[in-house]
Design a protein around this ligand. Structure first.
Ligand code: GLC
Ligand code: CA
Length: 559
């Protein structure tokens, strides 16, 4: 049993966050691209779902090389999404419904069209030269062997001054130099400008990459294929926490706002350094340890033992110390039901079982658009069907290794970020009700069956199951603040846990396989009248010791 101090109460712990990828959410003007007015038109839908906070992915001015994660003006709106008046309307309409709005803060890099970079590249003695990371080449080649996270070298040669600049992401996303205090000052001013405008916080993009190992020496062993090890010299490098501290002290800590940092490379043991409340750095982080369990091999399911180890470490590591962000989907990963569930035979059951599993842990749950209706991975026929810059770079890199386009396409169908970016499926009409124009990315062919209109009125739908999950957290403080303890911890198919908060106690169980399973509940006693939620009809009488579960069955009890 956990004996941790009870967490301090605050609004962002009691919230459920909904992530919007604006390009794919709702198109209001028929140009095939989602926009701010489209989002405004769907706020009542989100209110009905019951969420409290919207995190909107970048809608700032951008040449859209990485769909907005390449920003050319932090204080303006990209015309395809609307304008500042539309943004102000969005903020006002959110607040009028009691919904808070957080923005994406992308400050590891800018676009190569940002005025800062245009100045920086103009001459070696420009005052902004040092705002980015410029180096001489080595023997006519890149300054070092670092690789971009989007495949290929992390350096690009610039003829004008005959030097190379660093880009950890696409070649059109030059990295800012966080060593430089003028850079920080300019970034902090921009952040305060948005907070003063009334937004409610930020999701902070790629921040663990801001600090580069001094000296920028070669990686000992560049491994194209190994996701994590090849980033060692620019991911969660010592010193990055000083940047976080400086950032928070100069901005967030002066506002009542919510902060969630994308924290690639941070593990549970270090988590308290990032989100420990006493440190006053960030409120929570989006960690990648369980995302790492998404395997590229389509035939391999996740390993339950690893999944439990990762979640348990984060739950135990932060209980009473800091706070977790709970998520299983976002715009960078394939759809979770296609990955961990069985969308062919148990689409509804597996989508709701996974939902139950992650939603009731200690932390703030995040729902990625479309997840609440069980949207699945798409089918891409070939290179022309993909939009994502990282998928495009991947074709180039893999062709060099001798792979055929068909082989690369088959792999990307399982792994590509575009799986999560197909337009939101609103109804069964043309373009899935996304808009009247041809969508920028092909709509998933299953939209006639999987869409919002088909689910809102159906009490048994995935959508209404999510509504109940949200409601349960609102009605039971213990499901927000309670301590987490695994039950039948070694079970390889079932994820089960209790939540304990003073005298309140809950039991959550999810069979994550397409087979029937038993769960050993030990001394717990589950009474039918204490069943709070289930994703299928439950026939058991009171249960002691052994709980029988159907394929992908999930239940929540008060005990
Ligand atoms: C983050 C974003 C991703 C983006 C990258 C570069 O990982 O989530 O979408 O491509 O940073 O900004
Ligand atoms: Ca539009």
């Amino acid at each position: 049993m956990s004996s941790a101090v009870q967490p301090k109460k605050i609004w962002w712990k009691e919230s459920v966050v909904y992530q919007v990828y604006p390009r794919s959410f709702k198109d209001s003007n028929g140009d095939g691209i989602g926009d701010l007015k489209g989002l405004v038109s769907k706020l009542d839908y989100l209110k009905h779902l019951g969420i409290d906070v919207i995190w909107i992915c970048p809608m700032f001015k951008s040449p859209m090389d990485d769909n907005g994660y390449d920003i050319s003006d932090y204080q303006d709106i990209n015309p395809e999404f609307g304008n500042m008046a539309d943004f102000d309307l969005l903020l006002k309409e959110c607040h009028a419904r009691g919904i808070r709005l957080i923005l994406d803060l992308v400050v590891n890099h800018t676009s190569d069209e940002h005025p800062w970079f245009i100045e920086s590249r103009s001459s070696k003695d420009n005052p902004k030269r040092d705002w980015y990371i410029w180096r001489d080449g080595k023997d006519g080649k890149e300054p070092n062997n670092w690789e971009s996270i989007f495949s290929g070298s992390a350096w690009k040669y610039d003829e004008k001054t005959a030097q190379w600049f660093m880009h950890l992401f696409s070649a059109r996303q030059p990295d800012l130099n966080w060593e430089n205090h003028d850079v920080r000052k300019a970034v902090y001013e921009m952040i305060r400008w948005w907070l003063d405008r009334g937004i409610d916080g930020f999701r902070i993009d790629a921040f663990t990459h801001t600090r580069k190992e001094p000296g920028l020496v070669d990686m000992p062993n560049p491994q194209n294929l190994e996701y994590v090890p090849s980033y060692a010299k620019h991911m969660n490098v010592p010193g990055v926490l000083d940047y976080v501290q400086d950032l928070a002290q100069n901005t967030f800590n002066h506002y009542d706002c919510m902060t969630v940092g994308e924290a690639n490379g941070v593990n549970a043991a270090e988590a308290s350094e990032w989100v420990g409340e006493a440190k006053r750095r960030l409120n929570m982080v989006i960690q990648f340890e369980h995302v790492g369990l998404w395997d590229t091999n389509p035939d391999q399911r996740f390993n339950m033992k690893d999944l439990k180890r990762v979640f348990n470490n984060w739950q135990k590591g932060l209980d009473g110390i800091g706070w977790n962000a709970l998520f299983v989907e976002n715009h960078d990963v394939p759809r979770i039901n296609s990955k961990w569930g069985d969308v062919k035979n148990y689409w509804r059951e597996s989508s709701t079982s996974i939902a139950t599993m992650y939603f009731m842990m200690q932390g703030t749950p995040f729902i990625y658009q479309g997840q609440e209706i069980g949207m699945t991975n798409s089918q891409f026929a070939g290179p022309e069907d993909f939009n994502d810059v990282s998928a495009k770079n991947y074709y180039v890199a893999k062709r060099k290794e001798g792979k055929t386009d068909a082989e690369i396409t088959a792999e990307l169908n399982h792994t590509s970020r575009d799986n999560a970016r197909t337009p939101m499926q609103w109804d069964s009409s043309a373009n899935a009700g996304f808009g009247t124009g041809t969508p920028w990315l092909k709509i998933n062919a299953n939209y006639k069956n999987i869409n919002v209109a088909a689910q809102v009125e159906d009490p048994e739908s995935i959508f209404n199951y999510y509504r109940r999950l949200i409601r349960l957290r609102k009605d039971n403080e213990g499901l927000v603040y309670g301590s987490f303890d695994l039950v039948d911890a070694d079970h390889k198919d079932v994820f089960a846990y209790t939540r304990t908060y003073g005298a309140q106690k809950f039991f959550v169980v999810a069979n994550m396989t397409p087979k029937a399973a038993h769960c050993d509940i030990g001394a717990l006693s589950l009474k039918p009248e204490n069943l709070l939620l289930a994703n299928m009809t439950v026939s058991d009488k009171s249960v002691e010791k052994n709980l029988n579960l159907k394929p992908f069955e999930a239940r929540i009890y008060k005990i």
